[in-house]
Design a protein around this ligand. Sequence first.
Ligand code: PA5
Length: 471
Amino acid sequence: MATAKSRLSIDYANVMASAVGQENGLTDAELNDAATQATAHIDRIWNEYDAGDQRWVALPDNRQLVADIESFASSEGRAYEDLILVGIGGSSLGAIATIQALAHPFRNLQPHSNRGGPRLFVLDNPDPEKVAATLETVDLSKTLVNVVTKSGQTAETMANFLVVKDALEQTVGQDQARKQIVATTDPKDGLLRQLADQEGYRDFPVPPGVDGRMTVLSAVGMLPAALCGVDIGGLLDGAAAMREASRNRDARQNPGALFASIAWLAATKRDKSMLVMMPYADSLFGIADWFRQLWAESLGKRLSTADDEVFAGQTPIKALGAIDQHSQIQLYTEGPNDKLICLTGVGTYRSGVEIAATPDSIDELGYLRNAELGQLLDRERMATAWALTNANRPNLSISIPAIDAGTVGEFFFMHEFQTVVGGGLFDVNPFGQPGVEAGKNATYALMGREGYETLRDELTGSGGESRYTLS
Ligand code: PA5
């Protein structure tokens, strides 16, 4: 099967010194130099992939998994009235982003026949109010539970899962409950793996050797997406198209490598310590949220690859156009000039909504007559790009012709490639998340988990009241 061509484009004229001045913008020489360095990382990534490493790159090829998921979703999965997805971070953000981008925005409110699958409820935070409200809302006798954890032991996920499992067993009995649970976890290791084997849960693999935040194109993202009616084959087609584009050794023609080069230069040479992702489409906001984890956890590292203390990273921020024009843009335009801003525009929105009439009595509203809302939204993006540039704020624009499974798949692969090239440029290992693990271990210690006694003593040893607590 021939790989489709990428349909995504990046306009980076407004990050250049010619648009926003030498103090804030990049020179051609700097970008060429960064691109040369990025090429070395492009070569390295593909060489490592060919040698059996960088396993995330292979995910768009797993068509057997698509068939397995589709078969499960269409045979029994989509018949359920409700789906509870239990997982956090990389184990839920990708599914949320995909479904938000590609499913009807109010699909939970639609009748089953229209939405073509269960309503979706996500339990990520162990917030008792949300968990209780979810259990009050779903019909447990018709609920499928998909518990997702790569490590198989994350406290938030296991806690939420145990609560849901118990509620399910109380409602339908143990035997039936087992049939309504699907575990997505490591094929061999972890506590959830152990439980799934013991209870005989249906299961799907989290691909070994792939960090949680890079698993959106595996069963982690695709199973919930397919259950919500998303075309997951199309998602992989788009990812494969972007993978093809990511082979280009000219980093200025390679979307992920270009974005990484610009972001790295902006962060390290122009003090743009923040990267704002601002799509002009409600449905793409979840991708900005997914990217936030990817960029933050992968590049926010204390140590360089040579183990020197570098405290690397660039803080990703999510914003939504045009809403945040009325909340954040004042700061972005006139506050500290410490951000690189990425606007995303859509060629044709999936709905066209025209303003048919304006009151004859109010001439000043005449400019909206026969205007179309998507056109207005896109012009708002252009206006924001202009205003930012005018204020010497570097910004780039990503354009896609339409929001569909293919372009969403492209976004996922491009940002992953960007992040791994970014790791090379920032000179950190983009894989692993020691800072997250530290917090996870401290939680286990505070909750009294066996094996964490020394850390518990360290955390609670003083026994005294904090001098900084106001009560
Ligand atoms: O990228 C990662 O690996 C992490 O952010 C994880 O996704 C997150 O901590 C959840 O972990 P797990 O899937 O093991 O429950």
